[in-house]
Design a protein around this ligand. Sequence first.
Ligand SMILES: [Zn+2]
Ligand SMILES: [Zn+2]
Length: 750
Amino acid sequence: MAYGKFAEVVLDIPLNKKFHYKIPPSFINQIEIGKRVKVPFGGRTAVGYCVGLTDKSDVKTIKDIIRVIDTEPILNSKMLRIAEWLANFYFCGWGEALETFLPSVVRKGINAKTVSVVRLCKDGASVKEMISIIKKRAPKQARVLEVLSEVGEITFPELASISNCKMDSINRLRDRGLITLDKRKVNDSLFAGKHFKKTCHLQTTGEQETAINLIKRKLRERQYGTVLLKGVTGSGKTEVYLQAISEVITLGLKAIVLVPEISLTPQTIERFKSRFDRVAVLHSSLTDRQRSDQWWDIKNGNADVVIGARSAVFAPLEDVGLIVIDEEHENTYKQDTTPRYNARDVSMIRAEYENALVVLGSATPSLESFYNAVIGKYEYVTLKNRVGNKPLPRVEIIDMRHEKYRGKNQKYISDYLELCMKQCLSKKEQVLLFLNRRGFSPFISCRRCGFVLKCKRCDISMTYHKNKAAVICHYCFSEEPVPEKCPECCSPGISFLGVGTERMEEDIRARFPQYKLLRMDSDTMRGRDSHEKALSAFGRGDIDILLGTQMIAKGLDFPNVTLVGVLSADTIVNMPDFRAGERTFQLLCQVAGRTGRGSKGGKVIVQTYNPEHYSIKFAALHDYDGFAKKELEYRKQLYYPPYGRLARIVLRGKKDQDVKKKSMDIAEKLREAIRLTTGAAQSDRHKDKVEVLGPAPAPIARVKDNFRWHLIVKADNSENLSTILKNIENENRYSKKVQIMIDVDPYMLL
Ligand SMILES: [Zn+2]
Ligand SMILES: [Zn+2]
């Protein structure tokens, strides 16, 4: 029922603006806030979301709504408000934000599959009587009644296979008023045919108990709040989540659990499914039908727990009491396309609207979350010990500068790592080798003139992929044949420098021919379930050495892995990004956590050319607090997060001159705005609280034939950051010449 003459509608466009439309009398009873509407827009029709109703409008020529799409509001008012917040905070359109709330299958309206259910509607005696009456004349119908009198209710396909009946028999029985025929949604196709053995709470350690009690107490308060749960790898964080969720369900509330996409394995899902009955999963590798089913299941109130990747933070759940974010430091929670939201931060906003509790879990919390815990903004609880008091593995650092070259070739495996591998493998234990770079060789260079082969379209060196006999750009995926001679000086002395997983595989196979090796990277794991198959083969012990990229860094728990080799800790350390140190530390801790899980213990060997780097040293000591202290000092000096908030503005276009000029204009506009807001009248203390750095060419100055410039806006808090950015909000961000992208709280500065 409408309470106004006009609908306020937002559209999927990069404009944070509400448009007014007239509600024709025939739609007065249909229109509602939260429903989608079809409206005329700029000479075409568009689908928008009704976000408000009003009696007044200043718009001169106001158009009519063409159609109301939904029969029920597809989004509740909380979700609309969260989308509005998201649009304001991340500088995108309100409608654009809403588009991310609904999976595209739901927007397109792929309806859930339905099945007909047949049910008796007469009592037993009269059915028996009827059977004897029609048995001769209509044996098929009689047979249907016989089956139904046993089971009462059955789906049509099942009934058809048992009684060999057709739809016309069913229809006749229905016409006689003996049975009913209803459509029912097929729900559980994702879990069809799967059985989950129910499990109970596991025995908890004292530390886990403390964490669970704290969370339970907070949950009962039914107030917005955040708990940071820092627990070393293997300390049983998941059990804490499970028992917290159990409390949530007891309280009659519901829970959302976010996990990084890569950890959303069948094992993870099984752990939740075996503990709780009504679990829904939102996952990128679901089929359209499954995703639509899961979403509607949640929407219709059939789930108590939703597990999913980033976008599950928008799950249409009511009465949310708890949002868990596992591995909260992971950069996969940040979306790298519009809207560039961070699911961790969105979850806090959602929790505020829902009076829910957020639990952030990690072995290596982001500096932002750790800082908030230290200053008391979050509750803080730690699990310092692994379950079963297993020690954390010993980590040894190998200084690769001291390794001798093998002939002409650079060495990729130190003598020590090779020795340890031999010892480990001879005891029939397993080895995990980690290398964060795929392909054969990441640099193709001329020995004579030093030329480095770069992508023609991007400012990125090409990676040699031997099995494809091609060089590939990992940014734009363009492929070229391997050059036979230097494109610059025509010398034939092309060399392939550096090492990727493909070259490493070749090297290790040559050194350990008697052992089975499997390489896991995005080149070898292309199939839908290849990842799953590979891991179960490794779990069964069919594979001795597992070599892989970050794909193998997380979540794996194989007790027979007693050696982890990090082939190069340097791939991230040297990145021109203020988070490089944090990422290196996190990655090393994660990888190290893959061993020492069984009774045989475990060891980690880290190869590096930067053995003095504090990230590597603290990671080797499993010393998060030491690392955080050092890293926070450095962040504080430079005013980087968590001490300040950042936004990055990236401009790109075909002509370098245009991009540069526009970047200068934007920078000037922002600086002018800062001068106006901070003003000369204010005390000096307020100065420099907002600052613009740049513009400068982006570290990757060209991608796909587009030149890139960027500038960074630093502010002491997000309100001030927002105020300044508002000044460029209405720039034409999609002009043909130069496109402008605003990234608030960026994760990557490349
Ligand atoms: Zn050359
Ligand atoms: Zn490229």
